[in-house]
Structures are given as structure tokens and as C-alpha cells.
Design a protein around this ligand. Structure first.
Ligand SMILES: Cc1cc2nc3c(=O)[nH]c(=O)nc-3n(C[C@H](O)[C@H](O)[C@H](O)COP(=O)(O)OP(=O)(O)OC[C@H]3O[C@@H](n4cnc5c(N)ncnc54)[C@H](O)[C@@H]3O)c2cc1C
Length: 490
């Protein structure tokens, strides 16, 4: 196109030429940018929202801060069980709870802000990026970026289902719940996934009248039917759960939002909640990227099909990293994917394949939930043994009055190697790590049993589960009988 025929917008627009354009300055984007710079390339990172990352601002960190306050309250409430009486009753100072959440959250965010401030000015662009050609972006119709390769690291955002979208001004999501100045008197939590359970249980333990609603009869991340059953029984004893309900309406009125719903038994109910927290899943930020100009094959939800070992979309010089790809939306995975995407964006077209770590996910509910390696739902039919241990009589858990939960361990029957686990119980963030490390090391059940176990610790419960697994393998004729018998005793 000759210059005189260009539109006014095109004439006015500056063009920037870089090796790699990274869209999004979250955990994945920051890691991708760093990787490009490390390899001697010229990156630019484009951000349309606030800096500081989802994890630090509205994700991992503020949620754990709220949970820490809830644990303190729960500890006091349960102290009398140990003969310890915390005086004239427990008083929860809502504004002070939220102030600590915000103060500590801001401290974590400040580290991320500092990282961005320290970058060369031409490595960062403010504005919303969209594709206008496969490796050309426009940022706010203001500046054009021509890159050799592009990394899409745009994350995800809370999904607000239609009945609540209509009254959006009256509902909270995880993006704004941490901004509350005080704890609400009552809270309806829409959803029973990990974010819903973490935040809702914390609110409940901080004295907020909390009820959970889910049109689906589902709770938490488990796929193992035994874990599903135990988690539902356990959390159902503490929390007000309405599962499999039909939501008739959600209306804003004086004092909050009134929900009307039908239970699976046909009974109808209504209740007024001061606040509603919608935690009904998240959607990838792909809809405003102009992906139709990127020449990619789009899969479910308009997300480009991606090879998780290269982060590459098809054979294009376009890479996907972090929550946007919908695959394991967790911080450490976003960081890994950012590094892989940044490296391969520089190496394109000669991209390298990267072994991914053993999957590990933790929900900071009480009891905690964790999954390592293969989930029950991923086990190939046949060829697997399952070991089970209940934490109801586990010694150390009983000492601490935290004797709840169940762990299920999976191993393949050919070489008796550990392959996965689903866990619900005290300290499962630590058991999850031990198992994920053992699985990644290719440990057999026998090798894991030969590791040291101190006494009395929660890990001894794991040993009981491993022994059960060894027995199951032996019964299936998979491992030598003496292997299980030789395992060190208590
Ligand atoms: C409440 C909650 C609790 C969580 N707890 C945990 C936990 O305990 N452990 C854990 O591992 N994970 C947890 N997570 C998940 C974790 O926060 C995410 O996996 C991680 O932050 C994803 O990083 P990301 O880089 O993919 O996305 P983000 O950090 O969201 O970054 C994406 C960035 O892209 C920007 N962007 C989007 N579109 C455009 C565009 N067109 N142009 C320019 N910029 C754009 C966005 O503004 C955003 O800053 C939690 C999440 C939530 C919400």
C-alpha cells in the first residue's frame, strides 16, 4: 500500500519492531519476557490492566492471607477441645482482618511492581493488544508492534453467569472480594470449586453466615469416587451446601441480594444475603485478541490449540503460556510455560520440546485437598492398583484434633511405580509434594517405603497407604511378595 492511500489511523501509528512481543505482564508473561532477554533478544511486554500479577493481587496470596485469618479464628474456636479457653469469647474484628489481608497483599504486589519498574522503558507497553496479522499487533490503536514471534500470556478472568451478570454491580468475584473494608454479615457463594471453597470456608470460619450454591452436584476437584464421598461428607458437616439446585432468580434489594432456588427434592426456598461471591469458574482472555487475524486453529472456547511441551500453536511463531491455555491454571505451571514460550519464541522455527513436571495441585481448604500425578479419572483402564488410607485414626492428626480425611494412592502394575494420588486431609500440601517428587523420580512403591519416616508425623499416614498399595500389588501378582513384607515397620 502506498503512503498516500493509508488511512489516518495507519499514518498516525508508530511502529515498533521487536524479536518477541509478549501479551500480558502476569507470571507467564514476565517469565517469557525474561527468557527472551536472557537469550539476547529484544522483547516488548504489553499490559492492559494493572501490573503486579493476578497471583499477588487477586489470587494465591490474598486468598491465603484470608485463610490465615480464618485458621486463627478456627484455632480459638476449637481450643476448648484441648482444655484451653480463650477468655471472654472470640471477637473477630472484620476491618482489621481485611486491613491485614490488604497490607500484606500490597507488600507482595510491590515486589512485582518493582520488577516491572526496573525494566528498560522500551520493554514495556501499556494498552490492550490485538492481532492485525499473524505476528503484528496493535496496541490501543496507538502503536503497531511487528514481531518475529508472539507469546500470548493473557491469563483468565472470573466467569459471571447470566443471572448474576444482570446484577453485576451487586456481586463480588475474586477480583474484588479482597477490597472489602469489612467482613459481610452474610455471603452466598456461587460455585463449589477450589476458589469457592477456599474463600467461602474462610469467610464461614470468620463468622460470616455463608451458604454455597451449585446447579451441578459437584464439590471440589476430586475425580476419585471415594474422595468425592468423603469430602462431601466432611465439608457438608461444616458448611451449608446447596448442590444440584435450580436457581430461580437473583434480585438486588435493600440489604443485599435475594436468591430463590429449588432443591433437588423439589422444595423451594429464598434467602437474602448481604453479599454474593460468584466463583463459578474462569474464562481465558482470548475474546478481544483479534485471533481471527493470527491464522491459528482455534479449539474449545476460542483458545488456540497448543502443544504443552513446546507452548507452540500449530507451527506458527505464536506461543501460549499460563492460565490462558486452560491447562493446569496454577502459578508454577504459568511460570514454566512462560519460560518455555519465551525460549521457543526465540528459537522458532527450531523449537525445543520440554518435559513437564509431574502435575501437583493443592486446595487450601481445611482439610486440605491435593492431587499429584495422574488423577483417578486419568488412570488407564486395567493395570493399576489403588492403596487407601483414612486419616481418621492417624496418630499425629489425632494429637492435633485434625484427624479427618482420606488418601488414595495409585500405582501401575507392570513395574509397581507410583503414578498418582488424590488426597483430602491435614497437611496434604506437604504429602502432595512428597508424592509428586516420588512420582517424578519414577519411584516404585517399595522404594518409597524404604524412605525414612519420622514418628509421630502426618507422613506416617502416607506410609500406611503405601503399605496398602504394596498389598494390593502383591495380591494382583505384580510385585514380589517379599517386597511388601520387607518394608520398614513402625
Ligand atoms: C482466588 C485465586 C486463588 C489462587 N490460588 C492459587 C494458589 O494457591 N496456587 C496456585 O498455584 N495458583 C493459584 N491461583 C492461580 C494463579 O493465580 C494463576 O495460575 C496465575 O496467576 C496465572 O498467571 P498468568 O500469567 O497466566 O495470568 P495473569 O497473572 O492473570 O496475567 C495475565 C495478564 O494479561 C493481561 N492482559 C489480558 N489481555 C490482554 C491484552 N489483550 N493486552 C494486554 N494485556 C492483556 C491481564 O491484564 C493480566 O495482567 C489462584 C487464582 C485465583 C483467582
Amino acid at each position: 500500500m502506498s503512503n498516500d492511500r493509508r488511512t489516518t489511523t495507519e499514518q498516525a501509528m508508530d511502529t515498533m519492531k521487536v524479536d518477541v512481543a509478549v501479551i500480558g505482564a502476569g507470571t507467564a508473561g514476565l517469565n517469557a519476557r525474561r527468557e527472551v532477554e536472557k537469550r539476547g533478544g529484544r522483547p516488548v511486554m504489553i499490559e492492559s490492566g494493572p501490573f503486579g500479577t493476578t497471583c499477588a493481587r487477586v489470587g494465591c496470596m490474598p486468598s491465603k492471607l484470608l485463610i490465615a485469618a480464618a485458621e486463627a479464628a478456627h484455632g480459638l474456636a476449637h481450643a476448648p477441645a484441648f482444655g484451653v479457653h480463650p477468655g471472654a469469647g472470640v471477637r473477630i474484628d472484620g476491618p482489621a482482618v481485611m486491613q491485614r489481608v490488604q497490607r500484606e497483599r500490597d507488600r507482595f504486589v510491590s515486589f512485582g511492581l518493582k520488577d516491572v519498574e526496573d525494566l528498560p522503558a522500551d520493554h514495556v507497553l501499556r494498552g490492550r493488544a490485538r492481532f492485525v496479522a499473524p505476528t503484528t499487533l496493535e496496541v490501543d490503536d496507538r502503536i503497531r508492534v511487528e514481531a518475529r514471534a508472539v507469546v500470548i500470556a493473557t491469563g483468565s478472568r472470573p466467569f459471571v453467569p447470566p443471572p448474576f451478570e444482570r446484577i453485576r454491580a451487586h456481586v463480588l468475584t475474586s477480583d474484588d472480594v479482597f477490597e472489602l473494608q469489612d467482613l459481610p454479615r452474610s455471603l452466598a457463594v456461587i460455585g463449589t470449586g477450589i476458589i469457592a471453597l477456599e474463600l467461602g470456608q474462610a469467610m464461614h470460619r470468620l463468622g460470616v453466615r455463608t451458604a454455597f450454591f451449585n446447579p451441578y452436584d459437584e464439590l471440589g476437584p476430586f475425580t476419585d469416587p471415594e474422595l468425592k464421598r468423603v469430602a462431601r461428607q466432611d465439608l457438608g458437616a461444616e458448611l451449608e451446601l446447596h448442590l444440584g439446585i435450580e436457581l430461580a432468580s437473583a434480585d438486588a434489594e435493600a440489604g443485599g441480594v435475594r436468591l430463590r432456588w429449588r432443591e433437588p427434592d423439589g422444595s423451594t426456598h429464598d434467602a437474602l444475603f448481604e453479599k454474593v461471591l460468584v466463583a463459578a469458574g474462569r474464562r481465558p482472555n482470548v475474546d478481544e485478541l483479534g485471533l481471527e487475524h493470527a491464522g491459528l486453529v482455534l479449539g474449545r472456547g476460542g483458545v488456540p490449540a497448543v502443544d504443552t511441551m513446546t507452548a507452540q500453536c500449530g507451527d506458527a511463531p505464536i506461543f501460549l503460556a499460563g492460565d490462558v491455555d486452560g491447562n493446569l491454571p496454577l502459578l508454577h505451571e504459568a511460570a514454566d510455560e512462560g519460560r518455555i514460550a519465551g525460549a521457543n519464541a526465540m528459537l522458532w522455527p527450531n523449537v525445543e520440546r520440554h518435559e513437564r513436571r509431574t502435575p501437583l495441585a493443592v486446595a487450601f481448604t481445611d482439610p486440605q485437598m491435593a492431587m499429584a500425578g495422574l488423577r483417578y479419572a486419568d488412570l488407564p483402564p486395567g493395570g493399576h492398583a489403588i492403596g487407601t488410607v483414612s486419616y481418621e485414626n492417624q496418630g499425629r492428626a489425632r494429637v492435633a484434633g485434625r484427624n479427618r480425611g482420606l488418601v488414595r494412592l495409585y500405582a501401575e502394575t507392570t513395574k509397581c511405580r507410583l503414578t498418582g494420588a488424590e488426597m483430602f486431609g491435614p497437611g496434604m500440601e506437604h504429602m502432595g509434594h512428597l508424592l509428586a517428587w516420588a512420582i517424578q523420580q519414577g519411584m516404585t512403591v517399595q522404594t518409597a517405603l524404604a524412605m525414612p519416616f519420622y514418628h509421630p508425623v502426618l507422613e506416617e499416614g502416607l506410609r500406611t497407604g503405601l503399605r496398602d498399595l504394596a498389598r494390593q500389588l502383591k495380591n494382583m501378582g505384580s510385585c514380589r511378595p517379599e517386597d511388601a513384607a520387607e518394608a520398614p515397620g513402625e
